[in-house]
Design a protein around this ligand. Structure first.
Ligand code: URA
Length: 199
């Protein structure tokens, strides 16, 4: 069986097993999307209205800006894999509750380990804080973090601001564009095997 088919089975299994209360309010589960062979996984927060309607992550206005930043560094959206920490839309796009995040967590961990990327890129502080609860996005955005978690195969993490932040604050556009341009270099750096771990 192809990796993409196996990944679909993984999502379908979790769609049945996931206990997240947002199942009752969201229209559908929004599975991760893209290339299952990707060396990068982008992790957002939770689906919004458009994502809930279409069942695809990052297809609304934040997604359009994300696609633009990817194009800028010569990467096509179909080449990367993108998912969310929570697979269902929180009502009115509120932040997901800690319990909703923890209820979707095993799903995300299995998804990450199945794809086995070289780098996880957090889109926004909610996604980053799910893995690094003590870090502040304003301190670590655009900086490569290395950490060995006992249940995750990937050891390299790059926190970025959420693309939606640029929709409300024009100055964030430049910050995000600059951080995105670091991605190819970060991948090269990982290949050289940097050894500095963060706490
Ligand atoms: N914001 C997210 O964090 N995820 C999406 O899928 C869309 C917008």
């Amino acid at each position: 069986m192809e990796k993409a088919e196996k990944l679909k089975e993984l999502h379908e299994k979790w769609q049945k097993e996931c206990k997240c209360a947002l199942k009752d309010t969201g229209v559908r589960a929004v599975f991760g999307d893209g290339n299952p062979e990707s060396e990068i996984i982008f992790i957002g927060e939770a689906p919004g209205k458009k994502e809930d309607e279409l069942g695809i992550p990052f297809v609304g206005s934040a997604g359009k800006f994300l696609n633009e930043m990817l194009e800028n560094i010569g990467v096509e959206r179909k080449d990367i894999y993108i998912t969310n920490i929570v697979k269902y839309r929180p009502p009115g796009n509120r932040d997901p509750e800690p319990e909703e995040k923890s209820d979707c967590r095993e799903w995300l961990i299995e998804e990450i380990n199945f794809i086995n990327p070289k780098l996880l890129i957090f889109l926004g502080r909610h996604s980053m804080n799910d893995f690094f609860p003590l870090e502040k996005i304003s301190n670590v955005h655009g900086k490569l973090l290395k950490k060995k978690f006992k249940n995750i195969s990937c050891e390299y993490f790059l926190p970025l601001y959420h693309p939606a932040s640029a929709l409300y604050d024009g100055s964030m556009r430049e910050v995000l564009m600059t951080d995105f341009q670091k991605i190819p270099k970060v991948l090269e750096k990982i290949d050289t095997g940097i050894t500095t771990y963060v706490k």
